[in-house]
Design a protein around this ligand. Structure first.
Ligand code: FBP
Length: 402
């Protein structure tokens, strides 16, 4: 018999929009009037739940599409994403047994960001790419492991009943892969945009029209996301998603092969006692960032709380803990990496959409990460996200330092 929490019967959630601040010279932000006004999305209410299966992700998506007609084609896309995540969960879990460990081709396989690719980086990228393509709903995809955005031509050979290329998907197939062989949590991060065949094409030198169209369809600010989420491969396999009406967490029930709703309407606590950064970089951080964390250590910050430190080194793991327990996670700017380490398009923006929908904040110190318009697919961005009042303390420190 499955445990059914009353929260499952809870109705809607609302998005969150903090006031924008003066941008850094090199950061272009989408003025609020430019990005599509956030449409109020309806979240399903489950007044009847099967005791054996609980509320599955499949049912959740069908009900979301029923309540939000403009999302009719999302369930098909999500069935591809969740199938890929289940397969990746199994690949990661069995990798020591199947030999899918270490660097691809014994080392030397370098992605466009100069990072040595793990065997699992390449395999998980392939699994996700194909699963998305077979849904027949994708126009373009961009991945950490792909040099440039990839157009997904409608291909009659793949025989999908109604191909529409309605969406653009951006993803990091195996975030934290540097930790995977040590059994440390890793994850898949994804973001979904509407695909726009008509989008205006800028001059592109050597790029073909199609390539430019692909690029234009991916270089969008987080405020244009219609859905984002992650799958965490850890003690359990968690699938956490937002469609613009709150954040919902599912746990993989391997007995029935389904993601089952276990964390409805996640709300990140407003204040906390946890910070989560790679402190080895602290001496290089911007002064406002460094001073704020020093105050948190001493318990002399705005909340008066003495903070402790938690850092897994896999963004998905650190963000998942932050959503559930509260805290501030990030990879701020520092003298070495002025734009931090995390990628805006397929790490920063999708995770910021989740954090804001859970009532938290996500900033680069000077403004909302969600409003930053990417110039490049693999562009990096400083990120500080988490509990609203604590992140606001960082924003205030940066504002004061101006
Ligand atoms: P990828 O593994 O996808 O390249 O992600 C980068 C990442 O591993 C994040 O998951 C994590 O938050 C960060 O880098 C850790 O960086 P560092 O090892 O410098 O602390």
């Amino acid at each position: 018999m499955r445990l059914l929490s009353l929260a499952l019967l809870a109705p809607l959630a609302q998005g969150f929009l903090p006031a924008p601040a003066a941008p850094r010279p090199f950061t272009q932000r989408a003025p609020l009037h430019m990005s599509a006004p956030p449409k109020t999305r309806k979240a399903p209410v489950f007044d009847e739940v099967c005791e054996t299966t609980g509320v599955t992700l499949t049912r959740f998506m069908i009900e979301v599409a029923f309540l939000n007609p403009e999302m009719q084609e999302l369930p098909a896309l999500f069935s591809g994403i969740s199938t890929a995540c289940k397969a990746i969960s199994d690949m990661v879990k069995r990798s020591q047994l199947t030999g899918l460990v270490g660097y691809a081709d014994g080392g030397g396989s370098i992605n466009v960001q100069g990072e040595e690719q793990k065997t699992l980086d390449i395999m998980t990228n392939d699994v996700l790419k194909r699963a998305l393509r077979f849904t027949g709903k994708l126009g373009v995809l961009a991945s950490e492991e792909e040099d440039t955005p990839v157009g997904v031509p409608l291909n009659p050979k793949d025989v999908v009943f109604d191909e529409t290329s309605k969406y653009t998907a951006v993803f990091d197939p195996l975030d934290g892969s540097s930790n995977v062989d040590a059994g440390i949590p890793t994850g898949t991060i994804f973001g979904i945009f509407e695909h726009d065949d008509e989008c205006e094409i800028a001059e592109g030198g050597s790029m073909t029209e199609d390539e430019l169209l692909c690029l234009q369809n991916t270089l969008k600010p987080g405020t244009d996301l219609i859905a984002s989420g992650y799958c965490l491969y850890s003690s359990s396999c968690f699938f956490v998603v937002t469609l613009g009406a709150g954040v919902y967490g599912f746990t993989l029930d391997e007995n029935i092969g389904e993601f089952v709703l276990t964390h409805p309407n996640i709300k990140v606590p407003e204040t906390s006692k946890i910070y989560s950064f790679n402190e080895a970089n602290m001496p290089q951080w911007d002064v406002p960032m460094r001073e704020t964390v020093e105050k948190w250590r001493l318990g002399t910050g705005a909340s008066g709380n003495s903070f402790t430190s938690r850092y897994i080194g896999s963004m998905v793991g650190d963000v998942h803990r932050t959503l559930l327990y509260g805290g501030v996670f990030g990879y701020p700017s520092d003298k070495k990496n002025v734009n931090g380490k995390l990628r805006l398009l397929y790490e920063g923006a999708p995770m910021s959409f989740l954090m804001e929908q859970a009532g938290g904040l996500s900033t680069d110190g000077r403004g909302r990460v969600m409003e930053i318009v990417p110039k490049e697919v693999h562009q990096r961005v400083p990120i500080i996200m988490g509990s609203k009042k604590d992140v606001q303390e960082v924003i205030d420190a940066y504002a004061k330092s101006k």
